[in-house]
Design a protein around this ligand. Structure first.
Ligand SMILES: C[S@@+](CC[C@H](N)C(=O)[O-])C[C@H]1O[C@@H](n2cnc3c(N)ncnc32)[C@H](O)[C@@H]1O
Length: 247
């Protein structure tokens, strides 16, 4: 790149932006003003009806996790911002906007941050970074996350281990901010072959092949579940397509 082009880009702020993204330092707060909802069941109904699907397979576990927050202010940390899922960032933003607290959501791509900034309220802060780096650096009040939602590295069901390892690394990076009572909800961790068949019927076969080979089920939270079960640190509260744990 010649020096004139560099000067123009610098003047436009593009070089600083590039450096911030490369260092994982780019974060913005939501700018939208949204209506508060007076109770959680209505908030959940509205979310799944208007933004997602009324009978979404993740609805039950997301509802359970949010009801355990008791309509009180909460610190919600999410990896994998709203993209091709349940529009979870907007659900958590709605919770914090209505009942108080803060949602921080990280994604390795810039696009979710750019899209969500104009949709979410100031209760939500959006980060562009690798989720493990983000969680390693994360500092929250009283070192306590109320709800950690892990939904980043997508599972390749023909080769699910990289996603499970990433999920475990996220969990280990977050541990310093998980205290007794903290909730951890992990997406794409089907308990049985029926749970995956209900969502993606063609993936039942690779799911079963993994179970036969490794002796446990695949998914984003597969290795987190192994850790919880072998150490006894944490209790499984619910397990369907998603896995919900209380520390
Ligand atoms: C399944 S989507 C998230 C869906 C979202 N939670 C929702 O409900 O709409 C997974 C997201 O994780 C992001 N991702 C993948 N690897 C990541 C990583 N190492 N760190 C942070 N985000 C990552 C992807 O860019 C993608 O946006």
């Amino acid at each position: 790149m010649n020096s004139t082009a560099v000067k123009v880009l610098r003047r436009l702020g593009a070089l600083d932006l590039g450096k911030m993204i490369a260092r994982g330092r780019l974060s913005v707060s939501g700018l939208k003003s949204r209506e508060k909802v007076s109770n959680l069941p209505t908030l959940i109904d509205r979310h799944f009806l208007a933004i997602s699907q009324p009978q979404h397979p993740c609805r039950e576990t997301l509802s359970t996790a949010l009801s355990l927050l008791g309509e009180r202010p909460a610190v919600i940390i999410e990896t994998g911002s709203s993209a091709w899922g349940t529009n979870s960032t907007m659900l958590f933003d709605s919770y914090c906007n209505s009942f108080g607290g803060q949602c921080r959501s990280v994604d390795i791509r810039l696009e979710p941050l750019l899209t969500l900034q104009s949709l979410a309220t100031s209760h939500t802060k959006l980060y562009c970074n690798d989720s493990v780096s983000f969680l390693n650096e994360l500092s929250v009040e009283n070192n306590k996350i109320d709800l950690l939602y892990l939904d980043s590295w997508d599972v390749n069901w023909d080769d699910p281990m990289p996603s499970a390892i990433h999920g475990l690394n996220e969990y280990l990076a977050a541990i310093k901010n998980l205290k007794p009572g903290s909730l951890v909800l992990i997406d794409d961790t089907p308990k049985t072959v029926e749970n995956i068949r209900a969502v993606q019927p063609l993936l039942a076969k690779p799911y079963e092949q993994f179970c036969e080979r490794f002796g446990f089920a695949p998914g984003k939270g597969a290795l987190i579940k192994q850790l919880i079960e072998s150490t006894g640190r944490g209790t499984v509260l619910a397990h369907e397509y998603q896995l919900l744990i209380r520390i």
